[in-house]
Design a protein around this ligand. Structure first.
Ligand SMILES: *Cc1c(COP(=O)(O)O)cnc(C)c1O
Ligand SMILES: [Zn+2]
Length: 429
């Protein structure tokens, strides 16, 4: 069997200059981000609905269009998360064909970052790095620490000092060195650029960023496959660095080019927290550039004030005829609760942002109720329980006696008893 390897290399987004394959994220001529480009013809015939269906039930079923080095043997079953019909949430917000792509349950660390880290670390090994790391707003830290442990790589991870406790613990438990930096994410990221050069470390979202970013395409492939090889009308996606939303579109374009789906102009809608909304602000202004902001929001996983892929994301959203919106911290907390109550999915602050923005887009009429819309839920609520602090008070305890319980439940929630009696009557009949 011919073991033809997919041809890919780094190219500059702006000027098109080629860089081969190396740990590098920006063009030396124009400083624009580098992006992995494929020779799509080299995979025609090897990337089909059939070859994909014959692959494993994880992101490696799409490995022909992922930048993984020759000889890399995929091991972790990352991704292939559920795409669920969200009828209840749809009813609440006036959407007839609403789906949730649920990366709150991604393996191994419960966010979509598991996808990007697995692709980045495959390359870190091939480039010979023995220490890896990242600058992170939390989820990336968790995933890098976990996957480095499994691969036997040393990990050094830098985060803003004010990160949620659960995200810090979820990094340290894997034995990674975690360094809290006095500053916001943008300070941390700049420092990481210097560190990566100084010590020759492989930082997944710095010098390995072009490879890392390709991992996000798997969200797009999965959405198309799980819709029965059809594209939705709209995608609503949270934005931090602005990478994920662009890569979902890239995935759709590749599927169209290779004939796996019918061509369709999918609209992309970006979601941010108002306290850090440089990309949604740019879209609303009609800009193709970003005015950096100083983040101030509890949606820390989205709190990147100077997003690397922000200009490209803003431009892309406008090209597709989509839109971007941002919501307050109060609204995002309601969004968390809304998704949990309607669909039984507990998401983190970023998912609260995405849910609240989706509701607003329907209310504004930017998305109409008969269209098919996929909402990308990217992280798990158990990591940001601080956001809900004070929402649910611990009630007084009750004696272990039926009479005591009966008195209590009638006082606090008499409606519950009503339904209980009905079911009992039905059972006896
Ligand atoms: C990192 C992250 C995002 C945004 O990703 P970008 O590709 O940087 O835009 C969205 N949601 C969650 C939960 C994240 O951790
Ligand atoms: Zn360039």
């Amino acid at each position: 069997m011919a073991s033809a390897c997919t041809k890919y290399e780094l190219r500059c987004n702006e000027c098109g200059k080629s860089y081969g394959n190396q740990p590098l994220s920006a063009c030396s001529e124009c400083l624009a981000p580098l992006e992995v480009q494929y020779d799509l013809e080299s995979v025609r015939g090897r990337f089909t609905r059939e070859t994909i269906a014959a692959g494993p039930a994880n992101i490696w079923r799409y490995k022909e269009l992922l930048p993984i080095p020759e000889g890399f043997l995929p091991d972790l079953p990352v991704g292939f998360t559920p795409l669920v019909r969200a009828k209840n949430l749809g009813k609440r917000i006036g959407a007839d064909h609403l789906y949730v792509k649920n990366d709150a349950v991604c393996f191994p660390t419960l966010s979509f970052k598991d996808r990007v880290v697995s692709v980045a670390l495959a390359n870190a090994q091939a480039f010979g790095f023995t220490t890896v790391g990242c600058s992170s707003t939390g989820n990336l830290a968790n995933s890098t620490a976990a996957q480095a442990a499994r691969l036997g790589l040393k990990a050094c991870i830098l985060v803003p000092a004010d990160l949620e406790y659960a995200k810090i613990l979820n990094t340290q438990v894997y034995g990674a060195r975690l360094v809290r930096i006095d500053g916001n994410y943008d300070h941390v990221n700049r420092l990481c650029t210097l560190i990566a050069d100084e010590y020759n470390w492989g930082f997944v979202n710095v010098n390995l960023r072009p490879y890392y970013a390709e991992g996000s395409k798997t969200v797009g492939y999965e959405i198309a496959e799980q819709l029965g090889w059809k594209l939705p009308d709209n995608v609503v996606c949270p934005m931090a660095g602005g990478s994920l939303i662009r890569k979902i579109r890239k995935a759709f374009k590749e599927l169209i080019a290779l004939g796996l789906v019918e061509p369709k102009d999918v609209k992309f809608f970006g979601a941010q927290a108002t306290g850090c909304s440089p990309i949604s602000h740019a879209v609303k202004q009609g800009w193709d550039y970003i005015e950096p902001q100083r983040p101030s929001t509890i949606a820390r996983s989205l709190a990147i004030g100077n997003p690397a892929d922000g200009p490209a994301a803003a431009k892309m959203i406008q090209e597709t005829g989509g839109w971007a919106e941002d919501v307050s911290d109060v609204e995002l907390v309601s969004g968390i609760q809304e998704l949990a109550e309607a669909e039984g999915i507990f998401t983190e602050t970023a998912g609260g942002v995405t849910t609240a923005v989706t509701a607003r887009l329907y209310a504004q009429g930017r998305i109409s109720r008969d269209e098919t819309t996929v909402v990308c839920i990217t992280g798990n609520g158990l990591k940001t329980t601080d956001a809900l602090e004070g929402r649910f008070t611990a009630e007084a305890s009750v004696k272990p006696k039926l009479a005591a319980f009966d008195e209590y439940i009638r006082a606090v929630d008499g409606d519950l008893i009503g339904t209980g009696e009905l079911q009992l009557a039905g059972g006896v009949r």
